[in-house]
Design a protein around this ligand. Structure first.
Ligand code: MG
Length: 476
């Protein structure tokens, strides 16, 4: 009997892998923990994401690997903290249009682990992991790419007004952001009012085109990052103003993609994950989002900067419900590897865990800690329900970090808003977290800072993204 059971247990995972599912990752930009209806927002309507959460799993302790765009994206695609591959640095927080670096070619992405299994792969939307030719998605395991190579607020033109006017009344021509297909610029400036719609059409086309194969779709929306653009049907529809309009258009997009999966009969064989790259950009007031009950936002290591809405959907496979276990975008690569049978790179440290037990209702998430890096410093560590801050600093504006000795300590179970320091009551917890932090820091090796080098000639001579070329293309 025991032998039979062992045999069954041996066969089960193999059977699961025999029909590996399609994978779809939907990644919003600067969407806060409190910005979806299903996460309690009273003004923004998100019926498609609400339904996705109802049919799937809503995670409430789910973290990104960094509180700003570039390092957070690197963490998701590689399962590694960006401090390990040079995608987080003390001087520059993200890549800029004149940056010379990018995600190193020897880093292994989710797309690259799935390619050997025969997956069709496409990246759509904001990349922000290097715009020079050697760093584009087509060099990181994606067959095709359609999107903008960095943030939608970059490449400001001389006509762009200074100050709040730019965010209150943004115009497409103020942001000379290129739209690319594969390695070529196809439009500049990108018509940002159409991006969410065109990303969606591209995604649905990709799904239909590859419905008889396995596919991996990575759709990184370039919104609701400021400047806030939406298509005409969504202008003025939300109680929450321009920001709400943009989130409601993302919700529409998610609905169309899930509909396409249902229509093609793929819902039972596709894992869809929706989350965001970092918390709300609070310095923009009503044009930024909300972290709901959490403290702080984008750029900071308070919970509002790095805890995100996260919805997993795979009808008939996942155990529906709310999951309070810890999870992270760092876990997506190992989880996808476990579900599909893909191989994870064995020659490097990964910072993720296989979340399958929690997804399939077989057990708890194996993640019990989270490391909150900012620049070259480990600012905070969560262990179980407790989080210790060794340093704090607001997301933007303040130039100095404040060191805390002893560290601030919050019980995130009773105090997710990080209001009441309980360090004095729990010296034992602080000691445990201190040891964990030291062990973790000892595992970090110095690497080349990919965000450091910038050159004014990058755009014209080396980037392949030349303003001159683009104007020629536009004229044709
Ligand atoms: Mg972002």
């Amino acid at each position: 009997m025991a032998a039979l059971l062992a045999l069954i247990l041996l066969i089960l995972p193999a059977a699961a892998v025999a029909a590996p599912p399609n994978i779809v990752i939907l990644f919003a930009d600067d969407l806060g923990y409190g910005d979806l209806g299903v996460y309690g927002n009273p003004s923004i309507r998100t019926p498609n994401l609400d339904r996705m959460a109802f049919e799937g799993q809503k995670w409430t302790n789910f973290y990104v690997g960094a509180s700003v765009c570039t390092p957070s994206r690197a963490a998701l695609l590689t399962g590694r903290l960006p401090i390990r591959n040079g995608m987080m640095s003390a001087k520059n927080r993200v890549l800029f249009p004149d940056s010379l670096g990018g995600l190193p070619g020897d880093e292994v992405t989710i797309a690259e682990i799935l390619k050997p299994l025969g997956y069709a792969t496409e990246a759509i939307g904001k990349w922000h992991l290097g715009h020079l030719p050697q760093y584009l998605p087509t060099k990181q395991g994606f067959d095709t790419y359609f999107g903008i190579p960095y943030s939608n607020d970059m490449d400001k033109t001389p006509d762009a007004p200074k100050g709040p006017e730019l965010w209150k009344h943004p115009k497409i021509e103020y942001f000379n952001v290129p739209l690319m297909r594969d390695e070529r610029i196809v439009e500049r400036p990108a018509d940002q009012t159409t991006l969410a719609r065109r990303y969606t059409e591209e995604a649905v086309r990709f799904i239909r085109q590859h419905k008889s194969e396995r596919f991996f779709l990575y759709l990184a929306y370039s919104s609701p990052h400021v400047p806030l653009f939406r298509s005409p049907p969504f202008a003025g529809v939300s109680l929450r103003g321009r920001y709400g309009d943009v989130v409601e258009e993302i919700d529409w997009s998610v609905g169309r993609i899930l509909d396409a999966l249902r229509d093609e009969g793929l819902a039972g064989n596709t894992l869809v994950v929706f989350t965001s790259d970092n918390g709300p950009w609070l310095i923009f007031d009503e044009f930024g989002g909300s972290a709901g009950p959490l403290r702080g936002g984008k750029g900071s290591t308070w919970e509002g900067g790095m805890r995100e809405p996260a919805i997993f959907w795979w009808p008939g496979k996942l155990r529906p419900g709310t999951v309070q276990d810890l999870g992270s975008t760092l876990d997506l690569l190992p989880t996808i590897a476990a579900i599909t049978g893909a191989k994870v790179p064995a020659d490097r440290i990964l910072d993720g865990y296989d979340l399958s037990p929690a997804l399939f209702g077989a057990g708890k998430s194996p993640r019990n800690e989270m490391f909150y890096w900012r620049g070259d410093k480990l600012f905070a560590v969560r262990l179980g329900r407790y989080k210790a801050h060794f340093y704090t600093r607001s997301g933007y504006r303040h130039r100095q970090a404040t060191a805390h000795e002893p560290p601030l300590l919050f019980d995130l179970g009773v105090d997710p808003g990080e209001q009441w320091d309980v360090a004095a009551e729990h010296p034992d917890v602080i000691e445990k977290i201190r040891k964990l932090a030291e062990k973790h820091k000892a595992s970090i090796r110095p690497v080349k800072d990919q965000l450091l080098e910038r050159s004014p000639t990058a755009l014209t001579s080396q980037a392949g993204i030349s303003t001159k070329v683009i104007r020629l293309e536009a004229a044709n």
